[in-house]
Design a protein around this ligand. Structure first.
Ligand code: ACO
Length: 323
């Protein structure tokens, strides 16, 4: 049986420690002005020593459950999007399941880097829409600071840590209207951590698994690919851009966000921007931004929203949702 799928709860968490651009100036050959003008970032949050992705995910999840008026025992599916799992295994979703004292329901991670949350939402949406799940917990959580080379100014200034969560539930009224995810592994070398368990385990153990990015190329592809992605979602739903109330984009670079808003002919007042405060939190960025705009009252019931994200792989996705 097919249901509508609504977002019934939302939550987020940011580690306490804030690292400003000024702080970065103290140990990197960079300036507040360069970082802000090239990326739109002013500060990012950094997980404390001993604070892990599952810790961030747990707080965001509990908040999402609370905002939906649900108990953990109502959850029958857990999908966690992360690039920075606590352990090689079990999955962060299983660790989270244990923290929440949930037993028996499927729990798994998905890995699509910065597009990870849209991948996780897509999967959970398809479970709920087909009736295989009635209440799905979807989380994007990252301690991205752990896979950065803090001596590489071209990457480390861009990222931060955080988590966001949503609860998806079967409903009678429309919620998620359509979801589209894509990948093209031909671009695997432009944005990557080039080592892993199978290829270079010692580097992993030594903490030398760092993010590498050809920024200019990634920027160019992100703008053109996401531009096409938002047009795809409008066309497949037969709606005009003037019907969109909000764009909640992945927060990688304010100049990419501006370009996509322009493509949709949206004013920046209709775009949720958190990059100045959060930096790029990878899979956590979309649910974090959504939670901010729900909490401050900008996003209201009935609003039509586009989520979009682009990340390593390349991977990308978009979703149209009525709140
Ligand atoms: N401070 C000062 N100077 C710097 C810094 C820094 N932190 N970083 C780089 N520079 C220098 C470079 O060395 C370069 O110097 P050079 O010209 O002497 O060689 C100069 O600044 C210019 O760099 P550009 O590459 O022209 O800077 P650009 O305007 O392209 O901005 C940026 C760089 C911000 C990385 C941009 O390219 C970008 O945002 N790329 C896309 C990021 C993205 O979308 N990622 C996808 C998601 S992330 C994921 O999936 C994990």
């Amino acid at each position: 049986m097919s249901h509508s799928v609504r977002i019934t709860g939302t939550g987020s968490y940011l580690p306490k420690k804030v690292l400003t651009n000024k702080d970065l100036e103290k140990f990197l050959d960079t300036t507040e002005e360069w970082i802000f003008s090239r990326s739109g970032i002013r500060q990012r949050h950094i997980a404390a020593e001993g604070e892990f992705t599952s810790d961030l995910a747990e707080v965001a999840s509990r908040e999402a459950l609370k905002s939906a008026g649900r108990q953990a025992s109502d959850v029958d599916l857990i999908v966690v999007a992360t690039t920075t799992a606590d352990q090689v295994f079990p999955s962060t979703a299983c660790l989270l399941q244990n923290r929440l004292d949930i037993h028996g329901c499927p729990a798994f991670d998905v890995q699509a880097v910065c597009a990870g949350f849209l991948y996780a939402l897509d999967v959970a949406y398809r479970y709920v829409v087909t009736g295989a799940s009635r209440c799905a917990l979807v989380v994007g959580a990252e301690t991205f600071s752990r896979i950065l080379n803090w001596e590489d100014r071209s990457t480390c200034v861009l990222f931060g840590d955080g988590a966001g969560a949503m609860l998806l539930e079967a409903a009678d009224t429309p919620g998620i209207l359509s979801s589209h995810i894509h990948a093209d592994g031909a671009f695997k070398d432009l944005l990557c951590v080039p080592v892993g368990v199978s290829t270079a385990y010692q580097e992993l153990l030594d903490g030398r698994a760092y993010t590498e990015m050809q920024g200019k190329e990634v920027f160019r592809w992100a703008v053109s690919t996401l531009g096409d992605a938002v047009i795809e979602i409008l066309e497949s739903n037969g709606i005009h851009q003037s019907e969109i109330d909000w764009l909640v984009p992945h927060q990688a670079n304010i100049r990419i966000i501006n370009a996509i808003a322009k493509r949709l002919e949206l004013s920046m007042d209709q775009v949720v921007v958190t990059i100045d405060q959060h930096g790029n939190t990878s899979a956590a960025s979309v649910p974090l931004a959504f939670d901010v705009a729900v909490k401050d009252g900008r996003i209201k019931s009935g609003d039509k929203i586009i989520f979009e994200a682009f990340g390593g792989g390349f991977t990308w996705g978009s979703m149209l949702v009525q709140i």
